[in-house]
Structures are given as structure tokens and as C-alpha cells.
Design a protein around this ligand. Structure first.
Ligand code: GUN
Length: 292
């Protein structure tokens, strides 16, 4: 079994991006600028946004964090989105999710100029991705594809089972895995909470991408000998063994599955670090005005 070291690959990519930014700036170009809107004080969102801001620094980007209290109205937030759409210094921006219940996330996402939508959540980017046009691909699916590429994992003609059908991970990663590209060209099955014979379907898979958000769901009896396992799960499970009081737990029962598979992503240190790096790559693309 080989461990897929997302942390190491992410560090490598950040270095590559920083070198490219240095080159751009040296040649008189503009420093890429990412803005992030954070509404409220959700612990998880605070952590994610802090990591994104830190990664911007490592890549040589400019970053701006814009904070609002959670009583901001939808109208005020939409105004801020419009302001960022029209700010020529901001190449790309994100609105950290989830938003308070009184705000429509979909309305906010659709208000973002798709050319600045570095999260890749706007329907134009989702649609362009599904027909293989240049676009911002959402961060987690893009990170998974990059890991498969950098580890030279053959996906062509392979049977790939995606567990989970979320708009952010399951659906887009299934689309990318079936795309005419490398990695890609896989035969994809998407399983979800209503799927029958889920265990049997997994058992025949050459590649399993687990994105259910259900801790340790994938057990050894569901995995074919030599399969490739990508674990997207990051559930905070209470633990008395850590300082924070929780342990980040994947969708795969790592200890028993690791013995059976050819490659596996650990949690933490697998897909997670790649997600932030994908956002950095999208920001670089936005800075270079690659999406039109
Ligand atoms: N909340 C959890 N993941 C994400 C993400 O990738 N982007 C945004 N904007 N919010 C999130």
C-alpha cells in the first residue's frame, strides 16, 4: 500500500505557484488578489478561512478578509458581492459557506461574477466543467484529480465508485472522472443514501472516492484487493486523546482498509491540504485572466 501524501504534494504546488507569481511580478504583472467574505463566527469556517489567508501568503498573493456579523441582511451581502465583482484589484473571491439561514446561499453564489468565482460554485462554471470548457473547477474535486495525476494512477477504463452526490464534491468529481482526459476516462457509478447493493458495488470498484461525511463508513469487506481509495471525509468526532477535544475522521476505516488497497489518502493529510491549494491555483488562473 502506498500512502497518497496530500500534504507534501500541496507544499510542492504552493512552491510552484509562488515561483510563478514571482516571475509575473518581476515582469511587471499584477500580484494575484483573493478576497474572502466571512459571515459570523462559525468555528469551522473561521479555521478554513484562516488557512486560506495563510496559503495566500505562502503563494505570494495579496488577500483581503472581509467580515460581517451574522445579522447582515441578504441585500447587504449581495451589495458587497457586487462591489467585489466591480473591484478591478480583486481577481477572485469566495463567500465562505455555510451562511446564516436567512440568506439564500444560491442567490449569493449566482450573484458572483463567474470570472471571479474561484470556488467554482457558479452554475456557469459547473456547466462549463461538465462539457469540458475552461472554467474554475471546485477545489476538492480539482485536488483529487491532481493527486491522481501526480501519483500517476491509471484511471482509464477503470471502474470508479463515488460515494456521495453533493454539489461540491460527489457530482463534480464523478463528472471529472468520466471526462475524456487523463486522469478521467473512468466508468463511473455514483452511490448515495438511497443506493441498493452499495457494498457489492464498492467491492467491484478499482477506485473508490468516499465523500459521504459518514465516519469510517467504508470497511475492508467493501474493498477489492488493490483498489485505490480516496477519502474525502472530514467529520469532527469527539475524542479525549486530542487537545482540541475532537479528531478529524474520514469516511474510510483506515486501519483495516489500508492493508487491502494499493493507494490510500489519509485523514488528515490527504485530500484536505489539496483543497486549499486548488483554490490557490484558481486564484492564479483568475489573476492571469485565464477564464473568459
Ligand atoms: N465551506 C466548506 N467548504 C467550502 C468551500 O470550498 N468554499 C466555500 N466558499 N465555503 C466552504
Amino acid at each position: 500500500m502506498q500512502l497518497i501524501d496530500g500534504k507534501a504534494i500541496a507544499a510542492e504546488i504552493k512552491k510552484e505557484i509562488a515561483q510563478e507569481v514571482e516571475e509575473i511580478v518581476k515582469n511587471g504583472g499584477k500580484t494575484p488578489h483573493l478576497a474572502a467574505i466571512l459571515v459570523g463566527h462559525d468555528g469551522g469556517s473561521e479555521t478554513y478561512v484562516a488557512h486560506k489567508v495563510k496559503a495566500c501568503g505562502e503563494c505570494g498573493f495579496k488577500s483581503t478578509l472581509i467580515r460581517f456579523e451574522d445579522d447582515i441582511t441578504e441585500e447587504q451581502l449581495l451589495k458587497e458581492v457586487e462591489r467585489l465583482n466591480n473591484d478591478d484589484d480583486v481577481d477572485g473571491f469566495i463567500v465562505q459557506l455555510p451562511l446564516p439561514k436567512h440568506i439564500s446561499e444560491q442567490r449569493v453564489i449566482e450573484a458572483i461574477d463567474y470570472k471571479k468565482d474561484v470556488d467554482g460554485f457558479h452554475p456557469i462554471n459547473v456547466g462549463r466543467m461538465s462539457i469540458g470548457l475552461p472554467c474554475f473547477v471546485s477545489a476538492t474535486p480539482a485536488g483529487i484529480m491532481e493527486l491522481l495525476k501526480r501519483y500517476n494512477i491509471n484511471t482509464q477504463g477503470k471502474s470508479c465508485v463515488v460515494l456521495g452526490r453533493s454539489n461540491i464534491v460527489g457530482k463534480p468529481v464523478a463528472t471529472l472522472m468520466m471526462q475524456k482526459s487523463n486522469p478521467g476516462n473512468a466508468t463511473v457509478t455514483v452511490c448515495h443514501s438511497r443506493s441498493e447493493n452499495l457494498k457489492e458495488i464498492c467491492k467491484n470498484a478499482d477506485i473508490i472516492i468516499a465523500a459521504l461525511g459518514s465516519p469510517e463508513f467504508v470497511t475492508a469487506d467493501m474493498v477489492k484487493e488493490g483498489a485505490v481509495i480516496v477519502d474525502v471525509g472530514t467529520t469532527r468526532v469527539p475524542s479525549d486523546k486530542t487537545k482540541s477535544g475532537f479528531k478529524l475522521t474520514g469516511d474510510v476505516k483506515f486501519d483495516e482498509v489500508a492493508d487491502k488497497c494499493s493507494y490510500i489518502t489519509p485523514v488528515p493529510g490527504g485530500v484536505g491540504p489539496m483543497t486549499i491549494v486548488s483554490l490557490m491555483r484558481n486564484t492564479l488562473l483568475a489573476g492571469k485572466k485565464c477564464i473568459y
